[in-house]
Write a protein that binds this ligand. Structure first.
Ligand code: MN
Length: 260
């Protein structure tokens, strides 16, 4: 159980992401975190790790680089960053009270959460006993990312959601719609949606005439079931989804017990 956090000004906040230490969205989140508390630490990947999911680097050593005071880069995944922050940087010291991951360049909706390094950083925080949030800003290819939408909405969401206790197996996945902040229609608590119908694969030839395949965007024939994260963001609302690390499907247990 995560107890209510009433005084965020005294909270130690860890910020991470999957877009890398130099990402604009990381700076946006860092600035918002500093409005909540003066005790903000950043530990983020050296290079972009989008799509890394919850992978852990175990077959090679990791290097931790101090970029500036309370700011570190790790040549690994988002999971590596959170693990090193909590179990190495803060070893023997005060642990963080909050983990904020993002702001990701692009939404993490529906089954994206299973591929997302942004969500995985929050999963790792949650596994290590820290109340964790993942933030993602939807955008349209070819248009500037509306970072100010995320920037305007993160602080009240973190303040309100931290003021209540919640299950220790739960992290919060937040997605901001691709509209200017004045056009956001509200904040909606949603369930994880589903849209994946297969990824678009581009098959081309390299300069030496050998074929290669590049995984592209998902197909567009998405289904937006009401009450889901996909539906909320498509209508211009901020989507807030509690995600459980206990992936057990309880009615499935009963069905299996009938036959096994
Ligand atoms: Mn990313």
């Amino acid at each position: 159980m995560f107890p209510p956090l009433h005084d965020l000004a005294k909270a130690r906040i860890l910020v991470s992401n999957d877009d890398g230490i130099d990402a604009t969205g990381l700076k946006v989140l860092e600035e918002v975190a500093k409005r909540l508390s003066p005790d903000v630490w950043v530990v983020a990947p050296e290079t972009e790790q989008s799509g890394a999911g919850h992978s852990l680097t175990i077959h090679r050593p990791l290097r931790l680089r101090e970029v500036s005071e309370r700011r570190y880069a790790v040549d690994g995944t988002p999971t590596d960053c959170v693990l090193l922050a909590i179990n190495h940087i803060f070893r023997g010291d005060r642990r963080p009270d909050l983990l904020l991951s993002g702001v990701n360049r692009g939404s993490n909706l529906g089954e994206d959460v299973t591929y997302s390094g942004t969500v995985a950083a929050a999963m790792e925080g949650c596994l290590l006993g820290v109340r964790s949030f993942a933030f993602s800003q939807e955008f349209t290819n070819g248009s500037p990312v509306k970072w100010s939408t995320a920037e305007h909405h993160i602080e009240p969401i973190v303040r309100r959601a931290s003021a209540v206790g919640w299950d220790g197996n739960v992290l919060v996945n937040v997605n901001f719609p691709d509209v200017i902040h004045q056009s956001v229609i509200g904040v909606e608590v949603t369930s994880q949606g589903k849209r994946k119908l297969g990824d678009h694969l581009e098959e081309r030839l390299d300069p030496r005439g050998r074929p290669y395949i590049w995984i592209g965007m998902q197909r567009d024939e998405d289904r937006y079931r009401p009450g889901t994260d996909l539906d909320a963001v498509s209508r211009g609302a901020v989507s807030v989804t509690p995600l459980s690390l206990d992936m057990t499907h309880h009615s499935g247990m009963a069905a299996l017990r009938e036959v096994l």
